[in-house]
Design a protein around this ligand. Structure first.
Ligand code: ADP
Ligand code: MG
Length: 448
């Protein structure tokens, strides 16, 4: 299949050709025609498989073909969970709108509110935004959504995880449902909260799932190392960073404070590292991302703030210094490498605190993972034994008393196990305390 088969406008085709893309990826082959036909979509495909173009192209195409419902209102809103990802999507969009009459603007948390009011007054056709700040402008009447034709949620599941459901619902309710098309994209869209949300927002959605994010990503080689404690992890890290071949590396830690601490430690070891976390102000965040994407540093130490969507071509190695709290973030973290057909390596350290998360990842990937060893840095930690389940106790204790009951108990044990695995595959995140506006605003609330 060729890009020319989609019947896209000439201005879009010339940009595709200019970028040197020869053929559409699988998700593009399926999602572009379906979106062009006006369907709502729930679309998933592995990390780095070109989902951004799969929504940008039909969005611009729609605007070139349809008359606007309103002269003032935005026609397309694209939402992403983090400011860094919104910036990236915006720059892709700008490439394609550059030789059209359409105006696109970027509205992010952490940036000057009044400047954004002025930008919104210019009646842009496209808004790319993070949900919190956009919902604020909507509440204050700085723009209206009656003319909205397309609502696109990139990394939709993550926005829900981060607690943006309220803002997404507010944005959805402000737009006319009858005329509006809605597209949901992510590598991981199969958890219950997404389904519930999709039922409320989407009209007869078409589901497009290219493979499963949990099956092997053939371009990413994974390795796991057992670790005893923090010092041991640091020794492993130093060893790997001085012995591995890589262009650029992203290291994921569990907490914000660890990013800074580790980056300082690596710098002391003459390695070129920089830390990115939600603790920094937006100007600092921009500066760090710009520097790293230009190759000024080799190592970026960050949190799950950067687990989603970022497309940095020179990242050939991802290190999970700590395992992620939310199982599916593992898929997204390692997906920062091995993009668009290139090869990448992913390493993870598994200490006692990471064990539960590691077992969840193992369940998610549906494979038994073995550990690599480095001479002189072998771990004493060998993993934790699973806790005995109640069902198992029933199974062993009562077997001698009543064979029938035992058989039944065994069946139940199996069933319980499967249910547990399913839940592991689809983590439903329930929060005890509602999140503060500041936590949501900072986008990396997963941290301590
Ligand atoms: P995803 O959102 O699925 O993780 P992206 O949209 O970020 O992936 O795209 C990953 C990379 O692939 C980007 O660098 C993008 O420019 C590139 N890309 C997109 N479509 C194609 C294509 N048809 N052929 C080659 N490269 C592509
Ligand atoms: Mg993406």
């Amino acid at each position: 299949m060729q890009f020319s088969d989609f019947g896209l406008d000439r201005c879009l085709m010339s940009t595709v050709e200019h970028l040197g893309f020869t053929a559409p990826t699988e998700i593009q082959q399926q999602a572009i025609p379906a979106a062009m036909q006006g369907h709502d979509l729930i679309a998933s495909s592995k990390t780095g498989s070109g989902k951004t173009l799969a929504f940008i192209l039909p969005a611009i195409q729609r605007l070139t073909k349809n008359r606007a419902l309103s002269k003032k209102d935005p026609r397309v809103v694209i939402l992403t969970p983090t400011r860094e990802l919104a910036k990236q999507v915006f720059s892709q969009l700008r490439l394609f709108t550059a030789n059209t009459q359409f105006k696109a603007v970027l509205i992010l948390g952490g940036e000057n509110f009044n400047d954004q009011v002025k930008v919104l007054e210019k009646d842009p056709h496209f808004i790319v935004a993070t949900p919190g700040r956009l919902a604020d402008h909507l509440s204050q009447g700085h723009f209206y959504l009656n003319g909205l034709e397309l609502l696109i949620l990139d990394e939709a599941d993550r926005m829900l995880d981060l607690g943006f459901a309220k803002q997404l619902t507010q944005i959805n309710n402000a737009a006319d449902h009858r005329k509006r098309q809605t597209l949901l994209f992510s590598a991981t869209l199969d958890h219950a909260q997404v389904n519930e949300f999709a039922n409320a927002l989407l009209k007869k959605p078409k589901r497009i799932a290219i493979g499963s994010a949990y099956t092997e990503h053939k371009d990413i080689t994974k390795r796991f190392y057992l670790a005893d404690n923090l010092e041991h992890k640091e020794a492993l890290l130093q060893h790997l960073l001085t012995h591995e071949n890589y262009q650029q590396v992203i290291i994921f830690t569990a907490t914000r404070s660890d990013t800074e601490r580790l980056a300082t430690l690596l710098t002391q070891q003459q390695l070129s590292a920089v830390a990115l976390s939600g603790e920094l102000n937006q100007a600092q965040r921009n500066q760090i991302m710009d520097g790293f994407s230009k190759g000024h540093q080799k190592i970026l130490v960050t949190t799950d703030l950067a687990s989603r969507g970022l497309d940095l071509v020179n990242v050939s190695l991802v290190i999970n210094f700590d395992m992620p709290k939310h199982t599916e973030e593992f898929i997204h973290r390692i997906g920062r490498t091995g993009r668009a057909g290139s090869q990448g390596d992913a390493i993870a350290f598994v200490g006692p605190k990471d064990w539960l998360s590691f077992k969840n990842v193992e369940g998610l990937l549906a494979q038994t993972i073995s550990f690599e060893k480095i001479a002189g840095l072998k771990a004493k930690f060998k993993g934790l034994k699973p806790k005995k389940s109640k069902a198992k106790v029933v199974n062993t204790k009562e077997a001698s008393i009543d064979k029938k009951t035992a058989a039944k108990a065994k069946k139940t044990t199996k069933k319980v196990f499967h249910v547990a695995q399913d839940v592991g595959d689809m983590p439903i995140i329930k929060r005890k305390k509602p999140l503060s506006a500041q936590q949501i605003e900072n986008n990396d609330i997963d941290e301590e």
